[in-house]
Design a protein around this ligand. Sequence first.
Ligand SMILES: [Zn+2]
Length: 237
Amino acid sequence: MIDKKTLYQHSTLATLVPGLLKGTLKMSELLQHGDTGIGTGEGLDGELIILDGQPYQVRSTGEVKAVSANFTVPFANAHFADFKSLFAVNHLAGKQLETQILAATHYQNIFFAVKVSGRFKKIQTRAVAKSESPYPTLLATAKAQKIFNAEDIEGTLISYYAPQLFNGVAVGGYHSHFLAAGYGFGGHVLDYTINDAEVQVQAFTTLEQHFPLDDPEFMAHDFAADNIANDIEQAEK
Ligand SMILES: [Zn+2]
């Protein structure tokens, strides 16, 4: 039976902070843990979004590509979709929606996913450019990002919420990626305003945290010296 109550996470956001950006899980393996998800490629190679079992990569050129089974990820989330309708929204800013979801669900202390499908009045995304080994830190890599803006665009936003207590394991709060209906636009979401959309949520009872045991650099790294919370705040929000 497919488990729809578990959020699967490969590696942690903290791993990216000092530049441990090696791809340590194949897309084919990630897809065994979900048909929906977000993540990034080796060297922070763009922004990934998985919808209905199909993984897409938004590159720093803005181009959206299908992702192959052998593509590797240093960090990703995935789960099997079982979204429940929450409400429909009109003319609402993303930040307001995030507050309204928590007010309606009281999910502030658990992991949950959000799916927003509809028409966006405007949306701003970014996509990071791939770095080569030896990798720079997350902050340095995130500076080499391209920012994209779209207006009056139809698409799907997938967001994972992590309780603040887990900032470092994941992004504390919401971490959202977007894909346009025509696959011509997407990325890691910085800001948006909805025109009209359906908002669905899915609560998780369990976080399955998978670690890259085969990566000697990760196994040897001392995370105590990294400024994890500060760097995630600057790079991911
Ligand atoms: Zn992201």
